[in-house]
Design a protein around this ligand. Structure first.
Ligand SMILES: Nc1ncnc2c1ncn2[C@@H]1O[C@H](COP(=O)(O)OP(=O)(O)OP(=O)(O)O)[C@@H](O)[C@H]1O
Ligand SMILES: [Mg+2]
Length: 261
């Protein structure tokens, strides 16, 4: 079992951020998460990473139950890529150093990196098509370039679980397809980490994501097989608006038909 979330609720004052969430990820499953702004996706991911503690219920991640393990050790097993992380880096560090620092899941490099670490990090940058700017300061990179460096960084620790929270934000049409191709390739590698992919765009949910979690108002609206959930009927109900869903190139493309008044 990769993740087991049982009856989890989280409240702040009288406001529920998460409400009776039940969700399980089994070994070998790849999940996509969708839900409107404020539906609780990032809150749920923060809980999986141990940055938030449930007000009630149980969270088990990679076989460890909350409150009974060293969070720092667990975080090394989880790679987390989100644009929110970008501001936390030393902006003058090179892309390569930022990737290397991912090995210990810390911000900043304190020791001289080993030859081996430099080779592994360079190889990851090469795979992601970033090797040309390995020695450039992070702050000089474009949004898409930064995003790819962060993915390389997350992979440096060889995580068992890789969480991608809207990784295509700010990417142009080509950069997005390039990144999606890489994610597809990564998912097919032997010893690939379990993936959680958060997005607002159905077409980013690649065929490899066989499972989908739909979040609404802090709760689970539906969880199950992608092909069962990706129907116009269910999406209309989920979004409370008429949408069309076209299946093309093994991906679902969604459009709003009318704006709900
Ligand atoms: N500490 C807090 N106190 C009060 N409300 C909070 C707190 N943290 C988050 N929220 C609220 O919880 C809700 C869920 O936030 P969350 O960031 O999980 O949404 P999300 O699904 O990731 O949305 P988005 O698609 O915009 O990223 C939001 O309404 C947010 O304002
Ligand atoms: Mg979010």
């Amino acid at each position: 079992m990769i993740i087991k979330i049982e009856d989890v609720s989280l409240w702040r004052g009288s406001k529920f951020l998460l409400k009776n969430v039940n969700w399980q990820i089994e070994e070998g499953e790849q999940w996509a998460i969708m839900g409107l702004n404020g539906s609780g996706k990032t809150t749920l991911l923060n809980m999986i990473n141990g940055y938030l503690f449930p007000s009630s219920g149980n969270v088990e991640v990679l076989g460890k139950t909350f409150g009974h393990y060293d969070l720092r050790e667990l975080r090394k097993l989880i790679g987390w890529v989100s644009t929110a992380i970008q501001e936390r880096f030393y902006l003058n560090e090179s892309a390569l150093d930022i990737v290397i620092s991912g090995k210990e899941a810390v911000i900043g490099l304190f020791d001289e990196p080993s030859r081996h670490d430099i080779l592994v990090a360079s190889d990851l940058l090469e795979q992601l098509g970033c090797i040309d700017y390995a020695h450039r300061p992070y702050q000089t990179l474009s949004q898409g370039e930064k995003q790819k460096v962060l993915i390389a960084r997350a992979l440096m620790a060889k995580p068992r679980l890789l969480i991608l929270d809207e990784p295509c934000t700010g990417l142009d049409l080509f950069a997005r397809e390039q990144l999606l191709r890489y994610i597809d390739k990564l998912s097919r590698q032997s010893e690939a980490p379990a993936l959680i992919y958060v997005t607002h765009r159905t077409e980013e949910i690649l065929p490899v994501f066989d499972k989908v979690l739909l979040m609404k108002d802090g709760g689970v609206f539906a969880a199950g097989r992608r092909n069962d959930l990706m129907t116009e009927e269910l999406m209309n109900e989920f979004l409370e608006a008429p949408v069309s869903l076209e299946y093309k190139d093994r991906r679902h493309w969604m459009n709003l038909i009318a704006f709900p008044e």
